[in-house]
Structures are given as structure tokens and as C-alpha cells.
Design a protein around this ligand. Sequence first.
Ligand SMILES: Nc1ncnc2c1ncn2[C@@H]1O[C@H](COP(=O)(O)OP(=O)(O)OP(=O)(O)O)[C@@H](O)[C@H]1O
Ligand SMILES: [Mg+2]
Length: 347
Amino acid sequence: MPPQVSKNKNNYSFTIADLMKMNDRCDEALREIFHMSYVVMCQLLGTIHQHIHCLYKLSDAVSMLDMLLSLANVCTISDYVRPEFTDTLAIKQGRHPILERIVGQQPVSNNSYISEGSNFVIITGPNMSGKSTYLKQVALCQIMAQIAFRVADQIFTRIGVDDDFETNSSTFMLEMKEISYIIHNASDRSLIIVDELGRGTSAEEGIGICHSVCEFLLGLKAFTLFATHFLELCQLESLYPNAENQHMEVQHTRSGDTGLRAAEMTALPSNIIQEAKMIASKAKHHSDPETQRQRAVYKLATRLLQTARNSRLDPESLRMYLKGLKKQYEAELLAAGQPAAIDTEEE
Ligand SMILES: Nc1ncnc2c1ncn2[C@@H]1O[C@H](COP(=O)(O)OP(=O)(O)OP(=O)(O)O)[C@@H](O)[C@H]1O
Ligand SMILES: [Mg+2]
């Protein structure tokens, strides 16, 4: 039989009957191999399936061993310390355990102190100042400490500003669902970490929601860290003895409208919603010059008090900080239509 020739575009193929037969045999052999593999795999799965619980146990044991080995390793090569358990959360010179691995150099360490007397800490500071990192650091330290001991009954977090496509939730709705879960489930022994709340809506409504949620949480004895850009929340410190302000610097944002209706659609208790509405409407009417001036004075006074109480800055840095405060105060007075005139820079 003469060879068969076929042309495909610029390619020519040649074959003969013997080659075609061999090709068919190859295909048949391959099919047989697939079939035999399938039968063997089915038999194997049938056998494994009877002992699947052992495999789960084995993987549990291996992952536990892996975790213990990693912990032993990290404890040996780092300067980690053994935690002591009291009714206070105190971390001296704490660092984010993952950040220090990633950045390569030693991250800036922070102290944390939360006790029964000041169990609600409001953290303010400009963008990228490390608020979120600090919150995660406290949560991670708590989890690492609790791996061996059980202290807080649960750790609740509201972190991140993503929307959730799967449950059809906007950023704001997701925030409301998460905070509502915390409100319904937190106990006096919980550690609650909230990284920004109510930022997915207007500043006024966001402040209202934050304020009423904070007031609810202040009623619990749970240790709470609440990072926010709403400086209005710092007023809580003067209203509640167990609230404390901590800040790296200050930044103020204001914009648009809408949102409380969306909050009503979640399971937030109605009294919180009512109060949020009241405070939101108050915040809206707070913009008369005299109120603005009083706020600026109040803010300056609390910042100065806080600096006098807590500052560990050296004289030069303190001078810079106070200068910044003065500048901000003057800008706020100007925005309130008042002449800005303070000359003191001293502590
Ligand atoms: N203690 C630290 N030491 C060194 N770098 C840090 C520290 N904390 C944060 N950073 C760096 O700064 C970046 C920003 O920090 P972070 O996201 O915590 O800021 P933020 O205050 O939450 O900002 P925003 O207000 O925009 O949410 C981090 O990705 C990290 O790389
Ligand atoms: Mg943040």
C-alpha cells in the first residue's frame, strides 16, 4: 500500500498502514492503562475510606507537632518572654510577631496597658501611623499567650474595610453585621478589637454609630481597643472613667451623608440605633462657630492634659509636638471664624 500524504497549511504529513496500526495499538494500550489505574484507585480509596478517621487524627497530630516545633523554634531564637496571667493586660515593648519577620528590621515596639479601671482604649492617629498593626499585635500576643492558658473567653475583632460579594454586603453593611455580632456575643471576659467603625458612611452618622456602640461596650467590663479617625470619640474619656485616649497624632475627616437606615437593617439593638440618630443629628448641628470654638479649646485642653500626663518626649520633640498642636488649634479657630491668637508654646 502506498504511503498516505496529507497537507495542513504549510505542513505535509506522511504515514503508512503499519504506522497507523501501531498508533491504534498505542491508543488502545493507553485506554487500558487509564482503566486499570481507575480500578486500582477505586480499590485504594475503598480501603482508605475505612480508615479515614485515622488519617484525620494523623494530620491533626502532625499539624500540632508542626505548631509546637515552630513555637519551640521561635522561643529559642527570639527574645520572647513567658506571659504571666493576671487580671490586667500589660505588654511591655510589644512587637507584631509577623511584622518583625517581614520587615527584616526591628519594628517600633509599643506598650499596652488595659486594666479594670481603664478597660476601654480609644486609639487615634493619622493614616499609616500603625493603629491597625498595633491592634493586631495585641490580639496576636493575646492568642499566643492563650495557646497554653485560657484567659479571655473569646477575642472579637472588627478589622478591615472590604465588602463581601458573596453575602451581597457593602463595606458599611459588613461593618454593621460584624459589630452587631460583637454586641450580641461579647461578655465581660472578652477582648474586643475594633479597627475603624462607621467609616463607610458620612462622618456625622459614623460618629453617631461609633459613639453609641462605644457607650454600649463601655458598659461591659471587657477589654476593648477601639482605633478610630473620629476625634469626637476622645470626648468619651471625660465622660467615662474607664475610657482612655491614646494617640500617635490627630487627623480630622468630614464628608457626605446617609447610613443609619442601613444600620437599622442589621440586628443592632434599637436603643443603640436611637441614640446613634440623636447623636448624629447633634453632630450635624454642632457646626455653629461658638461650638466649633469650644470643641477646638476642649480638644487642645485634652491633648495638653494628656501630654502633661503621659508624654515621654525629649524637650525638642515635645516642643515640635506642642507647636503642631498650636498650629492645629489655630487652624480650627480660623475655620470657626475666630481670630487665632495664642502665643504660648511652653509646656
Ligand atoms: N510598630 C511598627 N513598626 C514598624 N512599622 C510599622 C509599625 N506599625 C506599622 N508599621 C508599618 O506601617 C504600615 C501602616 O500601618 P497601619 O496599617 O497599622 O496604619 P494605620 O494607622 O492603621 O493607618 P490607617 O489609618 O490608614 O488605617 C504597616 O503596613 C507597617 O508596614
Ligand atoms: Mg488602619
